[in-house]
Design a binder for this molecule. Structure first.
Ligand code: FES
Length: 296
């Protein structure tokens, strides 16, 4: 237990920095993990006892203040703070929000959806209605209407009786481009990259479940498409840098025509040598246009 002496403790000026406080907890937990079971049990019990004491103090504080309208209003306002909310929730002093209850209900049916290769996403909570969207193989599946009524609707209505309308949103998430066009898909890489968006192709120019090779601003690119989801990679195999566009495509996987490296076109992940991948470029679909932001 002398390892405790090595813990860099949070200095006074950082006491209110949540990241540092969480870091202290994580460092302590790593040390506890190295202890034997008896010592770990004692540390756990000590932590729970302190937590129970804090929880009781918070409950008494709330009980003492809640009859004062001004104090009650101040407490409600304080709960808007993420840390206050998390601690109060942990101690059961405030009830889960409607969104949390809906998410918990959806979590309950996710294993069933996952067994069919799908998932469900909560799009909006606007009591008495919520909007959900099926993703993965549930999206567009002929059985999804049945799944929706039998699974999602039942689970949500049981957990949240105040929700009476459950609407299924079709298709992918949408957002608006600055010029007002609808952006149908934005690559997950887009936020992490800078630079300009360049027009690359019309979405219809990329065959469904296929690829289109092209040169943009001197870069050899490989666009691939599944529905409205477009990905863009450097057209260069991670093995010897040769072009991939003559490769065979099957079930979203392209095989390099030269030495057989296989790549998942949705992520660029190399299935043959998982330590390498295709170089991705950020891509978005605006209306019917596919735009690419090159990572140079
Ligand atoms: S160049 Fe692609 S596998 Fe060798």
């Amino acid at each position: 237990m002398s390892a405790l002496a090595a813990i860099p403790t949070t200095v006074e000026s950082e006491r209110n920095d949540v990241a540092h406080l969480v870091g202290d907890v994580e460092r302590l937990e790593m040390i506890f993990d190295g202890w034997d079971e008896t010592a770990r049990g004692a540390a756990r019990a000590y932590g729970l006892a302190i937590e129970a004491l804090n929880g009781e103090a918070l409950r008494r504080l709330v009980a003492a203040l809640k009859h004062d309208p001004a104090a009650l209003a101040a407490m409600k306002s304080a709960v808007a703070d993420d840390v206050v909310y998390a601690v109060m929730r942990r101690h059961g002093i405030i009830k889960p929000s409607l969104t949390e209850r809906v998410e918990a209900a959806l979590d309950g049916i996710r294993p069933m959806l996952a067994s069919h290769g799908g998932d469900v996403e909560l799009v909006a909570v606007t009591p008495p209605a919520i909007e959900v969207r099926f993703t993965g193989s549930c999206d567009g599946c002929p059985a999804s209407a049945l799944t929706f009524h039998a699974g999602v609707k039942k689970a949500v209505e049981e957990a949240c009786p105040e929700i009476t309308d459950i609407l299924q949103v079709k298709g992918l998430a949408t957002a608006s481009a600055p010029n007002g066009d609808t952006v149908r898909f934005v690559s997950p890489f887009a936020l992490a990259s800078g630079g300009q968006w360049h027009y690359a192709a019309k979405i219809a120019d990329i065959p469904e479940a296929g690829i289109k090779a092209m040169i943009l601003d001197g870069e050899k690119l490989l666009l691939s498409r599944r529905g409205s989801i477009v990905t863009c990679f450097q057209n260069a195999c991670a093995h010897l840098g040769l072009a991939l566009d003559d490769g065979e495509i099957e079930n979203g996987v392209i095989t390099c025509p030269y030495h057989g490296f296989r790549y998942d076109l949705s992520s660029g992940e190399c299935l043959t040598a998982p330590s390498v991948q295709l170089q991705p470029h950020a891509v978005r679909v605006v209306g019917t246009r596919v735009e690419v932001r090159l990572q140079k």
